[in-house]
Write a protein of this length. Structure first.
Length: 369
């Protein structure tokens, strides 16, 4: 039977529809309007495009996408550069912290925020600096805590230096013992990175230690003949110690203090706190152009210039990420019906001025299941 006019029209319409779908779903997904190739990314659906790939915890979905498609990944309706922070191994540790706090919230438990955040930062820094999590044989946190504690003690030798050889309080001996323990751990880590000996079955990925090892036996400045200084194993260990001591504690201290202030000032209309007769108004920095990275001297938490903190970018990312997650996922209140202004804010002397007592708070999970 010859095709009728109507059936020819239906056939043409169907072909046009298929062509349109092909253009939008295949060609257009991979090319921009000028025909240039776009970064890879998941297939988009009509109308909703890529919304379906962002799940309940979008940062985790983005993390998985970045692992699959690389650092530059395209989402339809949004062309997205995945920030490096989301790719840091920090995210896995942070996820497990959120999960464990969620369990405490369900059980109605009070959470030791100082303890949990301290552990988390230790895990993140171990992973970043050594490429190893602490549960793979290197728990440096107790060693760092011990070192910080010893530096915090009143040491008479600091004030009467000629008493130092006597080491009356034994602080020097204890510090030497701790430093020996650090040395043993760093030796093992360097060997592991140099020779790839299988450390509890774990192969470390490229990390800070690898970078330091690649500089071993190299002159510090090959263009400066007057400075034939060669990087040796001891230099690597000293830098590792510097990085470890500077990173394990301070970010956690900052997060816990920020959290304490949030608990003390749950709403905007709370009465301003007075410190030393002056009003403490941290919100005065909101909307201002003050740069905390050492350019404006009103606020220099990382110091400034050549000796400024080299871990600043990492610290800014970590502190924001952890605080944001804890505040986004949970509502928090002080335990035992304590009023915000009753929260103990005493601090102890030390390298990083931590809270005198651990910060305890009661979480309620606030996201939809
Ligand atoms: C919120 C967290 C942090 C704060 C507030 C902070 C702050 C500081 C400050 C004020 C200094 C002294 C700067 C100066 O003398 O001008 C410093 C030094 C240092 N920081 Fe940080 N820091 C933080 C996190 C980190 C992290 C995460 C790392 C490493 C991964 C790090 C590594 C270092 C090192 C190695 C030094 C010694 C630099 C030198 O003496 O040349 N810091 N930090």
């Amino acid at each position: 039977m010859p095709p009728t006019f109507v059936s020819v029209l239906i056939l043409i319409g169907t072909l046009c529809t298929f062509f349109y779908i092909f253009r939008t779903t295949v060609f257009r997904q991979n090319h921009d309007k000028n025909g240039r190739k776009l970064p890879p990314g998941p297939c988009a659906l009509p109308i909703i495009r890529n919304i379906h790939v962002l799940e309940k915890l979008p940062h985790q979905s983005l993390h998985h996408l970045a692992k699959r498609y690389g650092l530059k990944c395209k989402l339809q309706n949004t062309c997205l550069m995945v920030p490096r922070a989301w790719l840091l191994p920090s995210t896995a540790h942070l996820r497990s912290l959120v999960e464990s706090v969620k369990k405490s919230a369900v059980a109605g438990e009070v959470v030791d925020l100082s303890g949990r955040v301290g552990e988390l930062i230790g895990d993140i820094m171990s992973q970043i600096i050594f490429g190893l999590a602490k549960d793979h044989g290197f728990n440096l946190k107790p060693l760092i805590d011990q070192t910080i504690h010893l530096h915090r003690l009143f040491n008479i030798s600091d004030f009467i230096p000629y008493l130092a050889p006597l080491d009356i309080q034994g602080i020097g001996r204890r510090l030497k013992r701790t430093s020996k323990l650090f040395d043993i751990v760093f030796e093992k880590i360097i060997d592991e990175h140099l020779h790839g000996t299988d450390l509890e079955g774990l192969k470390p990925h490229k990390d800070f230690v690898d970078m330091m090892i690649s500089m071993l036996n190299q002159p510090m400045n090959p263009h400066d003949e007057e400075q034939p200084y060669i990087i040796e194993r001891n230099n690597v260990k000293a830098i590792l110690l510097d990085m470890t001591a500077a990173s394990f504690d301070i970010s956690a201290v900052v997060i816990v203090w920020a959290f304490s202030e949030i608990l003390r000032h749950p709403s905007d209309d709370s009465s301003p706190t007075r410190v030393g007769g002056r009003e403490f108004l941290p919100e005065r920095f909101i909307g201002s152009n003050i740069d905390p990275r050492g350019h404006d001297f009103e606020l220099t938490p990382f110091g400034s210039g050549r000796r400024g903190c080299p871990g600043m970018q990492l610290a800014l990312i970590t502190v924001r990420l952890v605080l944001a997650q804890l505040i986004h996922c949970f509502d928090w209140e002080s335990p035992d019906g304590m009023q915000p202004n009753e929260l103990d804010m005493s601090e102890i002397f030390g390298l990083s001025l931590p809270r005198a007592n651990h910060l305890l708070a009661k979480p309620t999970y606030r996201l939809l299941e």
